[in-house]
Structure formats: C-alpha cells, structure tokens
Design a protein around this ligand. Structure first.
Ligand code: NDP
Length: 334
C-alpha cells in the first residue's frame, strides 16, 4: 500500500463469514478497506458491488483471481473459503504478489500449511491467519499473564468451544472431512490455539477421544472431540470442542488464583474474570476490525504480523495428532 492510503482487501469466497461479519468489519476499519471480491457465484456480484461500491475491474472468479497481480487496488487477498481449499487459493494469491490473510483453520495438514508459508516467503508477501482472538484485548491481557504471573505459577488450563447445532445438509462442506468439516477442525482450533496462546507453551503430547451421539447425522466428521494436551513441565490442558454441544470458556488455574475468558471465542461479549474479583468488560467494536487493522498496519509499517503462518501450522500439527490419537483409543502421542 502507498503511504497515506488504506490497504485494499479482496475477500475470496463470499459465504456467511465474509458477508455477515468481515465486510461490515471492514467498513469500520481505519487502515484497510474492501476493494475487491473473488467469487464462484456470479449472482452474488451485483449485490456486493452495489452495497460496497466495488469497481467492475476488482471483481474476480477463482479462475481469474491470479490476474489481480496487475491490479494496484488490491494489496491483500483474504481467503474465506472452506478449509479444504485454503491452500489452493492462498497459493494463487501469494503467486499474484498479494499479501495473504487466511482464515482458520489454516489448511488440512501440515504439508499444506508449509506450502502456504513457503509461497508467501518466496513472493515476499505477508501471511496472517484469521485467529481473531489474538487481537481481542482481554485475551491479549491474559496472554501476558503467562510472563507476569500475577497469580503465581500456572498449574492447569481448561478450554472449551462448541455450539449446539443439528448438522447441515449432507453435501455442505462442513459435513465433509476432506473439506475441513467437523468439530476439531472448525471449532477445536479455538481451545487449542487458546491454550497455546495463554500458556505461551507448545504441547508435547495429546490424547483425544471422539464422542459420537448422532452417528446417523455426522457420517464423516467428528461431532464432539475432547483432548488433553500435555506440556514439558507436566502441566495439562483439558480441552473440548463440539458442533452439537454448547460450551465456551477458557480458564487458567494458578498457584494463587485463577483467571478466565468467559466466553472465550464468541464474536462479542468476551469478558475477563479473575479470582481477585476483577472483571474486564468486553469490547464494544468488532474483533475482526481490530484484527484486520492490525494486519493492515503490519503491511503499512512492514512489521511482523501478530498471527504468522507458523502459528496456524502448529495447530494443524496437533489437530492431525488428535485424529490419530482418537483413532487409537486415545493413545498419548504427538
Ligand atoms: P460458508 O459455507 O458460509 O461460505 C464459504 C464460501 O466459500 C462459499 O459461499 C463460496 O463462496 C466459497 N467457496 C469456494 N470454494 C468452495 C467450495 N469448494 N465449496 C463451497 N464453497 C466454496 O462458510 P463460512 O463463511 O462460514 O466459512 C469460510 C471460512 O471462514 C472457513 O475456513 C471457516 O473456518 C472460516 N470462519 C472463520 C470464522 C472466524 O471467526 N474466524 C467464523 C466463520 C468461519 P462463493 O459462492 O462466493 O464462491
């Protein structure tokens, strides 16, 4: 982006998250703006152009998005497609010389994550993963407690993120394992990334189990997965995720007290609470506005992004291990 100008963003995939959350969040952003769209559904185009004033020359399909290489309006391509095709479109964006913002979970496996990282490095563009909670002030505050230790040594963590859904039509990508459907990919990365962020430690082992109560609905994908992460100092994190059960909280137990994010990963209302009785109110704006402004500033200032590709890759390493462990009766692995 030229100095004084907002970073131009093209949303790639105009599904629910782009339409109901990211586009409105971009309207409130200070350092970036919605300039382009990439869609495989032509009927969506007129509504988006009209609502957001998007020029004809900034409208692409998946087959033409590489042509954005010649379009100075677009600095960033934000990949908001199903997880199974994050890598495909991230590589096209990087090879077009555009910065890549890639939604969570980063990709289907570690190899795909590494290929995204390599393509961004090769093309000298920034890569940032859409973990919005790492831009949320109460989450950031408690992330800093890992070093400042206001409640003494950390002893254990607990994190759950799930919603009480009834499944989706069978042909929808969230019901397909190879597209990144199921609890562990779609929601499990919130407790997983959350405990890694709050502990500032990497797990050395995982033991996971699936809880299947609706096998007639969820034929391919996991509906509830519980996993325990173990850290080098012996500390454990008790984690869970679900697309049929509602829970949402992260809590850190320490020698001399506790602190928690409740809820931990909702779009709004994320409050911080501590055993001292402190309450940290939820922010009023959108987390996604903070996220995209931080990522835009990293481009403008050529500074490191808050959530680099390696963070997404490390989660996917654990997600892959979770499935292996669950397939082997919860065997402890990593
Ligand atoms: P949707 O199903 O609502 O939308 C996905 C869109 O991707 C489709 O509408 C379509 O847009 C496009 N698309 C491209 N290729 C395909 C394909 N092969 N099959 C189906 N759709 C395709 O999903 P969401 O918007 O809910 O999720 C998209 C991504 O965003 C996921 O990776 C998800 O994990 C992430 N997400 C992140 C959230 C967060 O809080 N960080 C919250 C919600 C989702 P088009 O018709 O324009 O081509």
């Amino acid at each position: 982006a030229q100095s004084g100008r907002k970073v131009g963003v093209a949303l790639v995939g105009l599904g629910n998250y782009s339409e109901s959350i990211l586009a409105p969040a971009l309207m409130a952003a200070k350092h970036c703006e919605l300039k382009g769209i990439v869609t495989g559904t032509p009927r969506k185009v007129p509504k988006w152009q009209e609502k957001y004033g998007i020029a004809d020359k900034n409208v692409y399909s998946y087959d033409t998005m590489h042509e954005a290489a010649n379009n100075p309006d677009i600095d960033v391509m934000y990949i908001v497609t199903p997880t199974g095709v994050h890598m495909k479109y991230s590589l096209i964006a990087a090879n077009a010389g555009k910065h890549v913002w890639c939604e969570k979970p980063m990709a289907m496996n570690v190899d795909q994550c590494q290929r995204i990282i390599d393509a961004c490095n090769k093309n000298k563009v920034k890569l940032s993963i859409g973990y919005r909670m790492q831009h949320e002030p109460n989450t950031i505050r408690f992330g800093q407690y890992a070093a400042s230790k206001p409640f003494g040594q950390m002893q254990s963590l607990y994190a759950r993120a799930g919603y009480a859904g009834n499944g989706f039509p069978e042909d929808y990508w969230r019901m397909k394992k190879d597209m990144g459907g199921g609890a562990m990919y779609d929601m499990g990365v919130y407790p997983l990334n959350g405990v890694r962020y709050l502990s500032k430690m990497e797990p050395i082992a995982i033991s996971a189990t699936h809880d299947k109560s609706h096998p007639h609905i969820f034929k391919e994908v996991d509906e509830t997965t519980y996993f325990t992460l173990e850290f080098a100092n012996g500390m454990q994190a008790d984690c869970g995720t679900s697309i049929v059960k509602s829970f949402n909280k992260a809590r850190v137990e320490c020698e001399k007290g506790w602190y928690e994010l409740n809820p931990m990963s909702q779009y709004s209302g994320v409050k911080g609470l501590t055993s001292n009785g402190d309450t940290f109110a939820a922010i009023s704006g959108m987390q996604q506005t903070l996220q995209m402004d931080n990522d835009a500033l990293a481009i403008i200032n050529d500074s490191p992004v808050l959530v680099p590709g390696i963070d997404g890759l490390r989660d996917i390493h654990v997600v892959e291990a979770a499935f292996k462990s669950a397939a082997d009766n919860g065997k402890r692995i990593l």
